[in-house]
Design a protein around this ligand. Structure first.
Ligand code: MN
Length: 236
């Protein structure tokens, strides 16, 4: 059986002089039947295009906050560290792959930046900007693989096709979230406080972003494993 090659976007720490990908992303892609590779951070766009051509699908990984300038906002006090090199690399990659039908999965920062590149906006800080009668904990205190809130699945969404049920339970490690959904995307799931937790592109074969971290859950949680399996299956 052919194993699809999945290109992952890298983390970058300027102060520690490190470029890396968290091992859980690599393990999840491998467990689902794919071969994960880290895409280059410091290349020109033509070189990135050559690297992207090798890949059958793309995973936009979690990471730092996204520059609010990318969605035409000023930076509020509660916005976290932004990494312009990472924003630029992902912007270049997105422009290379958006007109292909190669599958795309976004996780945490990944769902946020896919939404921004398609014209959507973000809450720069949920506690400071998201008004809700119920205060759910989106930055959970418990460990990575602990489930902490539910996500109500939209019927007929890609997420509902992957896991045909009313809701799933997920972990939550984000202080930013989607505010306005990009025109070409649709909501796939929301938490009980009505925060958008997943979006998909109905015009693409597989284009899905989730706000939680299935890469920390796939070993113990069938819903999370299904997500990676369907992503890899779409990369044929
Ligand atoms: Mn959450």
């Amino acid at each position: 059986m052919k194993k699809p090659i999945i290109g992952l976007t890298p983390q970058y720490d300027y102060e520690k002089n490190r470029v890396w990908v968290g091992p859980n992303y690599l393990e999840a892609i491998y467990a689902a039947g794919g071969i994960p590779i880290m895409l280059p951070l410091h290349t020109d766009k033509e070189s990135l295009k050559i690297a992207a051509n090798v890949c059958d699908g793309f995973l936009f990984t979690g990471g730092p906050d996204i520059s609010p300038f990318l969605y035409q906002e000023e930076t509020i006090a509660q916005c976290g560290v932004v990494v312009p090199e990472r924003d630029k690399m992902e912007e270049d990659l997105f422009s290379i792959i958006i007109d292909t039908d190669k599958p795309v999965l976004g996780i945490c920062r990944g769902v946020q930046i896919l939404n921004v590149f398609l014209g959507g906006t973000l809450y720069q800080d949920i506690p400071a900007q998201f008004v809700s009668s119920v205060q759910l904990g989106h930055s959970q205190a418990s460990g990575n693989s602990v489930l902490s809130h539910s996500v109500i699945l939209e019927e007929d969404s890609l997420l509902h096709k992957i896991n045909p049920k009313d809701y799933i339970q997920v972990n939550s490690f984000h202080h930013q979230a989607i505010k306005d959904v990009a025109p070409s995307l649709k909501v796939a799931g929301k938490s009980m406080d009505s925060l958008i937790e997943a979006v998909y592109h109905p015009g693409k074969k597989f284009f899905l972003g989730v706000q939680w971290h299935p890469e920390h859950l796939f070993k113990i949680n069938r819903d999370s494993m299904n997500l990676f399996k369907e992503f890899i299956n779409a990369c044929d």
